[in-house]
Design a protein around this ligand. Sequence first.
Ligand code: FAD
Length: 412
Amino acid sequence: MRRTRAGVTVDVVVIGGGILGLATADALQARLPGASIVVLEKEDVVATHQTGRNSGVIHAGLYYAPGSLKAELATRGGARMVEFCANYGVAHDRCGKLVVATSNDEVPRLTALAERARANGVTITDLTAEEAHEYEPHVAAIAAFHVAATGRADFAGVAAALARQVSAAGGEIRTGVRAGRATSTATGWRIETDGLPLNARFLVGCAGLHADRVARAAGQRPDARILPFRGEYLDVTGPSADLVRGLVYPVPDPRFPFLGVHLTRGLDDHVHAGPNAVLAMAREGYRWSNTSIRDLLGAVAWPGTTRLIGRYWRPGLEELLRSLSRRRFVSAARRLIPDLDRADLRRAPAGVRAQAVDRRGSLLDDFALVDGDRSLHVLNAPSPAATASLEIGALIADQVAESFTGPASSIG
Ligand SMILES: Cc1cc2nc3c(=O)[nH]c(=O)nc-3n(C[C@H](O)[C@H](O)[C@H](O)COP(=O)(O)OP(=O)(O)OC[C@H]3O[C@@H](n4cnc5c(N)ncnc54)[C@H](O)[C@@H]3O)c2cc1C
């Protein structure tokens, strides 16, 4: 950290104290020993948003287009995540999961998914309906496959462990500090905050639901906007919870990046059904009552929003009805486990996905980074970004380290 007449200058400022911002800061400390790194997080605690509100599944990497960043970073990242959790005492396991076709028309899609999984190097075991019942006795499967590499992790616990590690290595995590406009200077960036401004030689944006705004506040013009897709869950309680042993997933609709309502027994032994995917009325819209005029106007002004709604109005309407009617939501879960009793399923806290949408109304499928002058912004990092976070952080740190022309020892 340097003090000049312009104030304090640090080597790198990372905006966002979710799992990606913290993994990036941690990887930067390894690449640039001695560099001064500050993470700015607007909430009072790290991992308040997506990182602390998800399904907690370590994905094996079966869904993603071969050769995509998602495929590459999720398969490598899953293994690395397991190792990290074991080393740092974070709750995790490799419980495996079942993917099931519940009707004849889903069988070709299940077969296509199995091929994709193999193309991504994921080991799967094809199962008959009887074999599927050995894993999940109450599942309504016509055909299925099992993925042994899928696991579960406490991603908020991972973020907390990364934060401790970053601080122990001399980094600074400033919670309760919102980053505002960032202006390019002769030596890097001047970042306005709701406290004192901060100067940095390099700026990294890992702002999740606000990723596009943070990039725009630093002069970038990303050709996509974040739309918030709320993922609602139901708690499965009582005798119905005993009907689910582990992780049971449907065959996803290949048109969407969301996996469809699934059933997960968490590390805490609680069973959840969900998440659905419904457009939220605010970027941090965890309930229907959370609305933001600013967020709504921003979404309406983006041409991609109306095109997206025009293109996907039918599945969007189904998701909306499922959000408004517990009966419909339960029906989706019952396609997997028909004996679930509606009386045992209760509303649970939701999460909101940050999903980038381009101006043509297409959902960005892959992870997306936006490169700028002495800056790099994560624009699209939905699921499986928690699984892949350590690999994404390493990728960003490599790019930042390259941009510092001198050897690592000249940093600081
Ligand atoms: C319902 C749901 C289920 C999911 N399930 C899984 C799963 O099972 N497995 C998996 O791998 N992934 C899953 N994901 C995806 C995963 O949770 C996210 O991809 C991951 O957490 C993204 O991390 P992040 O750090 O980018 O975002 P976040 O955790 O949202 O962190 C961004 C941070 O930036 C901060 N911030 C924003 N703007 C500013 C600013 N101006 N100044 C300072 N701070 C700012 C925010 O407060 C926030 O803390 C799921 C996501 C959801 C919503």
